[in-house]
Every structure is written in structure tokens, then in C-alpha cells.
Write a protein that binds this ligand. Structure first.
Ligand SMILES: [Zn+2]
Length: 281
């Protein structure tokens, strides 16, 4: 009987030792295997099944046949915005608007006074453009830049009196609907005064140089040929509008007017608002 009891104790002891050994081995294995976990592959964050924690994709604007625009402005309806759209159907909200940063540039001026000034944001671009044009043998002069509400009214009235309402509306903007009042539009002339504010300006060296190069400095030919039904104005090869380099280049590449590009610009603002709403949730 005692022998049997002793055997039971030995078997129990052996079992306990065995279980302790197994458990110990398992603990050692667990500790060593978790000490240096295998790093995830580099594209771990991009896995389809794992939500991304990286920044959202940047919103861009892609006009047809043009490189994407990354530098998106949202001040579409504020007079101070360089993408502000002002035309016959979209007048300035503040009729008395006058930029508070008008400056003269180093370009030759055909008149005196603040009609020769521009917004400070385009001072360097227009001076760089004039310098490069000069290096190509083309001298650019400012014929008219900023126009106050009152000055625009004076110009429109004189054309109205001379040619009647239909022609006045093709050639000039009623006060409060001119982008010259933004301080972001410039009528250029040549030093010879050839074809000053006339369609034949397109054939002058200045007209040709501007048509081919102005976009590189952030300017667009605002009223192109055969787009009167879109822009509301006759072809004005002398009138350029500053919108910044990215939009100017994209408009040049896509051959769209500012009016035609607007649905794309507005969609970008909708996408940006939607993205910021998502990221704040
Ligand atoms: Zn003009």
C-alpha cells in the first residue's frame, strides 16, 4: 500500500515538473518572439485593408489639356483675391472698392497719377516681365492700369457719347464692372504708340511677345479673339490680367477664358470645404 502511495507521489511530482517545464518553455518562447517584432513592410500604411493615417491627398484643379494647379485661391468673390471674377454679370460687390496697396512700377508710364499703379502683389511679376521683354528688344509701357469707379465712369461715358450704347458696351465696362478697378488689369502700349488700344496691337512686337510670354509671369490675355460671347468684350490684345503663374499657365495651356474656367475653380473650393469637414469630424 505504502509502495503504491509512493509511486503516486512520484508520478504526480513528475507531472508537475513536466508541466512547469512546458509552461516555462512557452513563456521563454513568447518573450523572445515578442522582444523584436518583425517590422511591417514599407507600404503597410497603403494597404487597402488598413485605414490610412497619412495626410489627405492635396486638392488640385485640372483644366483640360493643362498641368494641375496646386496653388488654389479661395477668394473668388472678394475684390482683394487675385482670382476675383469681375465682368458684366458679376460686378464688384463693393462699388467703391479701391485697393489699399497700389504702387507704381518701374515700367514707363504714359500718363501720371494712380491710373498707372497696380496692386503690390503684381509689381515684381510685371517688372520681371518688362525686363525680359526688353532683353528681347520689346519695350512695354503702361497705358492704363488701376481705374477708380469715377475714372471708369468717365471713360465709359465718353465712349457712350461718341459711339452709342451698343458699341460702348463692347469696348468699355460700366463703372463697377471693370476689373481695372481691382488694380490687377493692365493695358499695355508700345513706346512708338503703334496701334494703341487697337486690334492691330496684336501684330506689334509687344503684342506678339505678350501673347506668347505673359502667362509665364502670371498674366492672361483676358479678352481673346472670337470670345466676345463668352467674355462680353471685343478682342483686346493689349489688356492683360494678373491671376498668378499657375492659373495663367493652365489657362494658356487649356485655352480657356477666366469665365470658362470658373466652374473648375468653384468645384475646387467645394472639394476643399468637404475635405476640411471630413478631417474635422
Ligand atoms: Zn483694359
Amino acid at each position: 500500500m505504502c509502495y503504491i502511495e509512493s509511486m503516486k507521489k512520484k508520478v504526480m511530482l513528475a507531472l508537475i515538473c513536466f508541466m512547469v517545464a512546458i509552461t516555462g518553455s512557452f513563456v521563454i518562447f513568447w518573450l523572445t518572439s515578442h522582444k523584436n517584432p518583425v517590422p511591417p513592410p514599407d507600404d503597410y500604411q497603403l494597404s487597402e485593408n488598413i485605414p490610412s493615417t497619412t495626410e489627405p491627398e492635396p486638392i488640385t484643379i485640372s483644366l483640360p489639356n493643362a498641368n494641375p494647379i496646386y496653388d488654389i485661391r479661395l477668394e473668388y468673390f472678394a475684390e482683394d483675391g487675385i482670382w476675383a471674377l469681375v465682368n458684366k454679370t458679376q460686378p464688384l460687390q463693393n462699388q467703391a472698392y479701391r485697393p489699399n496697396d497700389l504702387v507704381h512700377t518701374t515700367l514707363p508710364e504714359q500718363k501720371s497719377g494712380d491710373e498707372m499703379t497696380v496692386r503690390e502683389i503684381m509689381k515684381t511679376p510685371i517688372e520681371d516681365m518688362a525686363k525680359d521683354a526688353k532683353a528681347s528688344g520689346v519695350e512695354l509701357m503702361i497705358a492704363s492700369a488701376f481705374r477708380s469707379y469715377d475714372l471708369q465712369k468717365k471713360y465709359y461715358t465718353s465712349i457712350l457719347n461718341a459711339y452709342g450704347e451698343t458699341e460702348a458696351n463692347r469696348q468699355s465696362a460700366k463703372a463697377g464692372t471693370s476689373e481695372h478697378q481691382l488694380g490687377l488689369a493692365v493695358d499695355f502700349a508700345t513706346s512708338s504708340q503703334a496701334c494703341r488700344l487697337e486690334e492691330c496691337f496684336e501684330n506689334t512686337e509687344a503684342g506678339k511677345w505678350l501673347a506668347n510670354n505673359a502667362h509665364k509671369y502670371g498674366f492672361i490675355l483676358r479678352y481673346p479673339k472670337n470670345y466676345e460671347t463668352v467674355t462680353g468684350y471685343m478682342y483686346e490684345p493689349w489688356h492683360f490680367r494678373f491671376v498668378g503663374v499657375q492659373l495663367a499657365v493652365a489657362l494658356f495651356e487649356s485655352k480657356l477664358t477666366l469665365e470658362e474656367a470658373y466652374p473648375y475653380l468653384e468645384q475646387a473650393s467645394i472639394n476643399l470645404v468637404a475635405q476640411s469637414t471630413r478631417s474635422s469630424q
